[in-house]
Design a protein around this ligand. Structure first.
Ligand SMILES: [Cu+2]
Length: 275
């Protein structure tokens, strides 16, 4: 029997996948923002919020499809699953315009912080630095964040006990009642969108690099209506976690009220003292 090289089942499956995706995007109105790769709504991956809060487009380029947030958040929020978020292939990453971008970085050599991380096994300096940048962000309730793998393979995973294993327990460090969530592994240029609904403090980790201190903090709060001195925003000191993690989450710059005040806290600005 001769083998047919064009497998009709495979072809049908890929066609179906294409069809489903386009239909999904179209149904939510996101097709305008996502379909035109290289189109008008392209933003550079290095773009950062200019911090002045007006979402102004200094290039003067008109963004015709703006939602009320001034970016694509209102188009993509219906796509974002509360547990699985919404992944973007590398060639889709630039087609989405979300103001809040967090880069996931693997840096070889000296790195940003001297003597960080230490090798979790030996305690000696480790020649790679893995980090989220910014390491602290404030988002309003319902805010969408674009996590971009700038270099290396990473995940964006909530501190929730379901992601722990006996050799590497993960305590709950997200608001009560919020389900754990995680991205798939994302590599160079791929990214992942997540919408933070409930107010509170969310500590987030990268599964392959947890022991190297690749963690960050997202503070979800409406500063107008939220009492930042309430218990929901009092973050407990990290306990029973690798020393590198304790150093990052214990950095004074990641105090939730400070994160809200600063809007973003750069990785380079953390004070990573031994605790
Ligand atoms: Cu990582």
């Amino acid at each position: 029997m001769s083998r047919d090289t064009s497998d009709p089942t495979e072809e049908a499956n890929s066609t179906l996948a294409d069809w489903s995706r386009r239909t999904l995007l179209k149904a939510t109105g996101a097709s305008v923002a996502l379909a035109g790769l290289g189109g008008a709504s392209v933003v550079g991956t290095a773009q950062e919020d200019d911090g002045d809060g007006d979402d102004g487009d200094e290039s003067g380029e008109e963004e015709e499809e703006d939602g009320e947030d001034g970016d694509d958040s209102s188009f993509v929020e219906d796509l974002v699953d509360p547990t699985w978020g919404y992944p973007l292939a590398a060639d889709e990453t630039d087609s989405v315009d979300i103001d809040t971008v967090v880069e996931l970085v693997t840096e070889e050599g000296e790195g940003v912080h001297e003597n960080f991380p230490l090798n979790p096994e030996s305690g000696e300096p480790f020649p790679l630095e893995f980090y989220f940048d910014p390491a602290g962000i404030h988002v309003p309730p319902g805010g969408v964040v674009h996590f971009l793998s700038a270099a290396g393979e990473h995940t964006v995973t909530a501190f929730h006990e379901k992601y722990g294993i006996p050799q590497r327990p993960v305590p709950n460090r997200i608001p009560d009642g919020v389900e754990g969530f995680t991205s798939p592994p994302i590599v160079d240029g791929e990214s992942w969108l997540y919408q933070f609904e409930a107010a509170g403090v969310y500590d987030v980790l990268c599964l392959p690099h947890l022991s190297f201190g690749m963690v960050m903090r997202v503070v979800v709060a409406d500063p107008e209506t939220t009492d930042l001195s309430s218990e929901a925003f009092a973050m407990s000191a990290p306990e029973n976690l690798p020393a590198n993690v304790t150093r990052v989450l214990g950095a004074p710059e990641l105090d939730p009220a400070n994160v809200v005040e600063q809007e973003t806290v750069a990785w380079a600005d953390l004070t990573l003292d031994e605790q």
